[in-house]
Design a protein around this ligand. Structure first.
Ligand code: FBP
Length: 281
């Protein structure tokens, strides 16, 4: 597993260079979920696949930017699903973006995820590793990712990050979010999943919600390389991750690009979600 973490560090240093110097224009292509790919998305994906191809323990990879599974080493032990540069359109307005990796054994399903890593490309480059029941923060300086601290969520936080737009929220979701504002929660939402979830983790807690909406009833965020990796990190940090009804790491995956409604947060906030959603589909 250590060789995978080292590979992610190496890829991240190369991706940082591409973000700083790269062309942020749109490419001519679309990814499997119909998103127009930016040249940065493709460049980051090429970097990661090249680095992973040198790691013997990686059996196969799934990328947000590629339709099919890529087989690397038949004798490999691990499967990796990743989003090479989530929220890449935010680079154009100089907001933070990130890479997300889910590391699985045997199969690409929530109950088979054994580790996750995300990297935030912001004012500083930071990497968070969720593995063996701990969540560890590293920061890139002097050419190395240096351990900073373990991350733990409080029982209850102060922040709420609200995905999509009110026009597309179901009524009960509007009630949930408004009740949180009434209780004094602060809205903190950049439209970048990685920095938005990183902020809640580092500030001790709150709720990130991307529900099923009228335009995306099954949610927008992808299970294998967005939802499950953060679900593991939030659970290991002492929080929870649900789809409104149940633990997201127990939901079924039928296709490698499946999405899911998702709520990540401290225990108290997730209790509020389950209470509101218990009477709704
Ligand atoms: P991409 O993978 O296409 O970048 O979309 C993912 C994302 O940008 C997340 O980073 C973010 O949480 C979400 O979409 C924002 O969606 P919305 O703008 O609908 O709130």
């Amino acid at each position: 597993m250590q060789e995978i973490f080292e590979a992610i560090k190496e890829a991240s240093k190369q991706i940082q260079d591409v973000i700083e110097l790269g062309d942020t224009a749109k490419s001519e292509n679309e990814n499997s979920t119909g998103d127009t790919q930016l040249k940065l998305d493709i460049a980051s994906d090429v970097i990661i696949e090249k680095v992973f191809a040198t790691v013997p323990s990686i059996k196969a990879i799934v990328s947000e930017e590629q339709e099919e599974i890529v087989h690397l080493n038949d004798k490999g032990e691990y499967l990796i699903a990743y989003d090479p540069l989530d929220g890449s359109s935010l680079v154009d307005v100089n907001l933070s973006v990130g890479s997300i990796y889910g590391i699985y054994k045997n199969d690409f399903t929530g109950d088979n995820i054994i580790a996750s890593v995300y990297v935030v490309f912001g004012p500083r480059v930071e990497m968070v590793v969720a593995y063996k029941n701990s969540v560890k923060l590293y920061r890139l300086f002097d050419g190395e990712f240096n351990y900073i601290k373990d991350i733990k969520l409080e029982e209850k936080g102060k922040l709420t990050a609200t995905g999509s737009t009110q026009m597309c929220w179901p009524e009960h979701h509007k009630e949930l979010i408004n009740s949180m504002y009434k209780d004094g929660y602060y809205l903190r939402y950049s439209g970048g999943m990685v920095p938005d979830l990183h902020q809640i983790l580092l500030k001790g807690g709150g709720l990130f919600s991307y529900p099923g909406t009228t335009d995306k009833p099954k949610g927008k965020l992808r299970q294998l390389f967005e939802v499950f990796p953060f679900a593991l990190a939030y659970e290991y940090a002492g929080g929870q991750a649900v789809n409104g009804k149940s633990r997201v790491l127990e939901i079924e995956t039928t296709h490698i690009h499946d999405t899911s409604p998702c709520f990540f947060g401290s225990k108290d906030e997730i209790k509020r979600v389950l209470e509101v959603y218990k009477d709704h589909v």
